[in-house]
Design a protein. Structure first.
Length: 146
């Protein structure tokens, strides 16, 4: 198997499976009355443990100033969005089966920024990416109206 396809499995397929199950556990946590703040704090503790494990396994202790700023930005945006998903499930009774296709349209934001600002249009097939984006939008709309 080529490195390209191995990278797609390791960085795409496996995370998709893990994040899918994570969404189910997120919904179950709300069913068991887990508060938004405590959910995020426990998730943060687990993230620290997993981060420590990766650091030791990869023996990579690099932390530059700009990388740290980007990581803080990621953590802030991710935790705020995860909190909003929890609020939607807890306060508004939104089902995960409708929310997940909607919030996973974040893919479109990442694709647009990746193509435009990071110049990834040079390394991918833009027409195929646009077709995939069309399917993502259609899926989100179908889920929202179901």
């Amino acid at each position: 198997m080529s490195m390209k396809y191995l990278g797609l499995i390791v960085g795409g397929v496996l995370p998709a499976l893990l994040l899918g199950f994570a969404g189910i556990f997120q919904k179950l946590a709300t069913n068991y009355s887990m508060g938004t703040g405590p959910f995020l704090m426990v998730t943060g503790l687990i993230t620290c443990l997993v981060g420590g494990m990766y650091t030791l396994l990869e023996r990579d202790f690099n932390m530059g100033r700009n990388g740290t700023i980007m990581t803080i930005s990621f953590g802030l945006l991710w935790s705020m969005s995860t909190g909003l998903i929890l609020v939607a499930m807890r306060k508004f009774g939104s089902p995960i089966s409708q929310l997940a296709p909607l919030y996973n349209m974040n893919t479109l934001v990442a694709v647009i920024i990746g193509l435009a600002l990071l110049a990834e249009w040079r390394t991918v097939h833009p027409a195929r990416i646009l077709l995939a984006a069309t399917f993502i939008i259609a899926g989100g709309l179908l889920a929202a109206k179901s």
